[in-house]
Ligand binder design. Structure first.
Ligand code: FES
Length: 150
């Protein structure tokens, strides 16, 4: 079985930016119906830049480490730059994840996208046109889970 990188362990043990944000400009709430893990990500935006990001995750160690890393990665980025932060970018920044835990990083990407979507809807009235939440969750889990768990 593949093991976790030092960086994953470090972010799992000392997650950055944990907690709820007061008056966030965008909230992204996602869940994985297969494992039941839930992630909520908050962003504060000023002049089109994400000036703060926080998260609350009820989930596995990889979900906590990816939440922590995604909040670190998006801070200081413009909305457009933040949308380019993929789950792969989060995984790379963590020094990799075991294959069976890759779906956990997808949760982080989705939470970020939904937080940006929420921000855009509130400020411009037009979001990113993301699929319905349930369909989204289901798709990501189906795609990322190992064959035997589908
Ligand atoms: Fe559910 Fe990691 S096992 S997000």
């Amino acid at each position: 079985m593949e093991s976790y990188s030092n960086k994953v362990m470090e972010h799992f043990k000392n997650p950055r930016n944990v907690g709820e944000m007061e008056n966030p400009d965008g909230i992204g709430h996602v869940g994985n119906p297969v494992c039941g893990d839930i992630m909520e990500l908050y962003i504060k935006v000023k002049d089109n830049k994400i000036i703060d990001a926080k998260f609350k995750t009820f989930g596995c160690g990889a979900a906590i480490a990816t939440s922590s890393m995604v909040t670190e990665l998006v801070k200081g980025k413009t909305i457009e730059e933040a949308l380019k932060v993929t789950n792969q970018a989060v995984v790379d920044a963590l020094g990799g994840l075991p294959k069976v835990k890759l779906h956990c990083s997808v949760l982080a990407e989705q939470a970020l996208q939904r937080a940006v979507d929420d921000y855009l809807k509130k400020t411009t009235g037009k979001g990113l046109g993301l699929p319905e939440e349930d369909a989204d969750h289901h798709k990501s889990c189906e795609n990322d889970l190992p064959e035997e768990l589908k």
